[in-house]
Write a protein that binds this ligand. Sequence first.
Ligand SMILES: [Zn+2]
Ligand SMILES: [Zn+2]
Length: 382
Amino acid sequence: MYHQLKIDITQLSLLLLNYYIFKIVHIVCKYSFVSKGLLDMGFKGLLDEGECKMQSLILTADGLQLADTPMPPLMPGDVRIEVRSVGICGTDLAIWKGDFEVELPLVLGHEFAGVIHESSDPDIEPGTLVTCDIDISCGRCWYCRSGARQNCANKEILGITRDGGLSEYVCVPADIIHPLPYGVSTSDATFAEPLASSIKTHQQAPADDDEPIVILGSGKLALLLAQVYDANGADVHIVGRNRWQLGLAKQLGFQHTYDTIENDWKSDILKITHGVGPRIVVEATGNTDGISMALDVVRNGGIVAMKSIHGHQFSINPSTIVARELTLYGASRGPFDQAINMLSKGRIEVKKLITKEFKLEDGNKAFEFASQPSVTKVIVNI
Ligand SMILES: [Zn+2]
Ligand SMILES: [Zn+2]
């Protein structure tokens, strides 16, 4: 016991020493090599031209800018990740377009994976490939104390309320880290977050074996949801309006796809659901039209699982929900461990979902490319 305590104190002292060295270097940097550009952008950290510098893709009011930023100091309880792969998702695009408001400047990127660079936790060794949760919960509020950390009232969200992964390095608490098993690359692991949230949707609204369910949308999230429902035995029908993405769905083995531009998709769906519509409709279109479509086709007493985050308002007549006895679910978080397990068993195809990969210095091009309608998933490699 005494021995253990001694080790902990030694480790803590080393970490504190490490932190103060960083601070001293930063103060030296502050009065030597101040980068005015970044200061103008509102960055509180200051730069040097020495080893504490790294590159980050920062979203400012003037758009994305690649800039030198201070390397984050390792605080007790944290690990520093050398980021390798970052996925650009619909939420990143909504923030980039200004539809989803956040405080700027901000380093985007919440779907990322990399290698441990430095760790304050002896159980997580440098060199380990990892991904991490998107939320940093406070550990003190009612939710945290009740075992519902995902609903924390004061949580910080990587890449949304605090700097995310589009940087060479990022520090996060060790308890949100997930090591990657053999065979799961950092590029694969960028799918862990949306896959986890897809698994959560399936847990909220599980389908019976061979039960026809409808997924609205054909983007990355829709195709992950489709694979999760399919792996659990549902008869998946994908409704979209992008021919290229629907073709990709077919390549993934989904034969029941409906192009809303070419087909009377609703009557086709009604034909296979006794004329009343499916019991479960998953809305993953990324726009408000999808909610109208979902409410239109779901059967009375059915479930609409909502997945889109786009920042737009939509009005619903609540009487419809009440009178038709509908259930609406929302899920944006899910079990990472199960997602990584599915990836490692090869039960989810993710490589085919990657349309193109970019380097960090081409971040602007990556976002512009990712915002095109036919694009499924864009990865930024660092
Ligand atoms: Zn995302
Ligand atoms: Zn909390």
